[in-house]
Every structure is written in C-alpha cells, then in structure tokens.
Design a protein around this ligand. Structure first.
Ligand code: ADP
Length: 190
C-alpha cells in the first residue's frame, strides 16, 4: 500500500474509527481524528471544548473556523510530515478548500480519499448499539438522525469534489470488520 496522505470519508457509524485503527498500523501514519481531538478538548474543558460541547451533543457540526484551526495545527506537526490519515475532516466544502490550501502550503499532495459506503438504516442500528456500550453523549436516536442529516447536506458533496480531484476510492462498508478491512486493502493496492 503506497497511499500515505489519506482522508477517510463516510457517514456516522460507517466504521471509520475501526478501520482507521488497522490502516494506521499497516501504513505507519498518524491518525488525525477531529472527533477525537474535539472530545479531548471537551473533557479538558479548554475554551474550544467549552464552545464545542453543546454543538456536538446536538449532533451538529462545530464551526469551520474552529475545526480548520485544530486540523491545521495537527497536520503541521512533525509526525504528519510523511503522511496522515484524516478521519472526520474535512466534513464541509469550506474545510475541503482549507485543506487544499494547507497541503499546497506544505508542498504535499493528497494520495487518496477513501469513502466507506453504508446503508442508512443499518448505520442507525450500529450507532444505537455503540451508544449502549460506550455511552457517548451524542449517540441517541435523535442526535444520530441529525448527524446523518448533517452528513447528507454538508459532507456528501465532498464525494464529487474528490472524484473531480481523481483521488476518490469507494469501499462497501457493509459486512464484518474483517471483510471491510480486506476490501480496503484490495482497493488501496489496486
Ligand atoms: P461520527 O462518529 O459521527 O463520525 P466524530 O467522532 O468524527 O463523529 O465527531 C463527533 C462530532 O464532533 C461531530 O458530530 C461534530 O459535532 C464534531 N466534529 C468532528 N469533526 C468535525 C468537523 N470536521 N467539522 C465539524 N464538526 C466536527
């Protein structure tokens, strides 16, 4: 697998976090998850965390300015020089454009946008199950539906954007974790 600057795209519950874990191991690149970074900020009660908490709990998207700032800072760190796996960013066209600007400033190019596709109803079920196990504050049915709406309205257009850039690879996310992992391996090798 040669891709080293990657975006992982997909609706909530598509299995991005799960597949990201395997990918960063195999590729030896850092996992850059804006969701994880925001949750850490919420737990640490930083100014960003205090601002983001209510928005995240409602299933809405945190403002582009805040998230772009966090992502730019992280991608500018040393360990991201030779590659990174972006998970949960970009999520809007404004974020995708900011990322383009940052990458050209850093003098690097995106290798791949890996999109995990899933069936909406199946995903709601997965997330409800995760809610029971992990007790994440944004995993209740109403919030899940809002996150789906946000995805459809604001994030799904990125599929066309990255198709246009010639870097989109789609993988079917339905099936077991191992099955999806295998599909990802094949898609990245092909
Ligand atoms: P999911 O499990 O729904 O894919 P994440 O763990 O990636 O969600 O993110 C959780 C929440 O953090 C989102 O619902 C959103 O409020 C906020 N968030 C994460 N990344 C972004 C982003 N790139 N832009 C705006 N909000 C974000």
């Amino acid at each position: 697998m040669s891709a080293s600057r990657m975006i992982l795209l997909g609706p909530p519950g598509a299995g991005k976090g799960t597949q990201a874990a395997g990918l960063i191991n195999r590729l030896g690149i850092p996992h850059v998850s804006t969701g994880d970074m925001l949750r850490a900020a919420v737990n640490a009660e930083t100014p960003v965390g205090l601002k983001a908490k209510a928005i995240m709990d409602a299933g809405e998207l945190v403002s582009d300015d805040v998230v772009i700032g966090i992502a730019e800072e992280r991608l500018s760190e040393d360990d991201a020089k030779n590659g990174f796996l972006l998970d949960g960013f970009p999520r809007t066209m404004a974020q995708a454009e900011a990322l383009e600007g940052l990458l050209s400033k850093l003098g690097v190019e995106l290798d791949c946008c890996l999109a995990i596709t899933v069936d909406n109803d199946a995903v709601v079920e997965r997330l409800l199950k995760r809610a029971e196990i992990e007790g994440r504050a944004d995993d209740n049915e109403e919030t899940i539906r809002e996150r789906m709406r946000e995805y459809d309205n604001k994030t799904a257009p990125l599929l066309d954007f990255y198709t246009g850039r010639g870097v989109l690879t789609e993988v079917d996310g339905m099936g077991t974790i191992d099955e999806v992992e295998e599909r990802i391996k094949q898609a990245l090798e092909g």
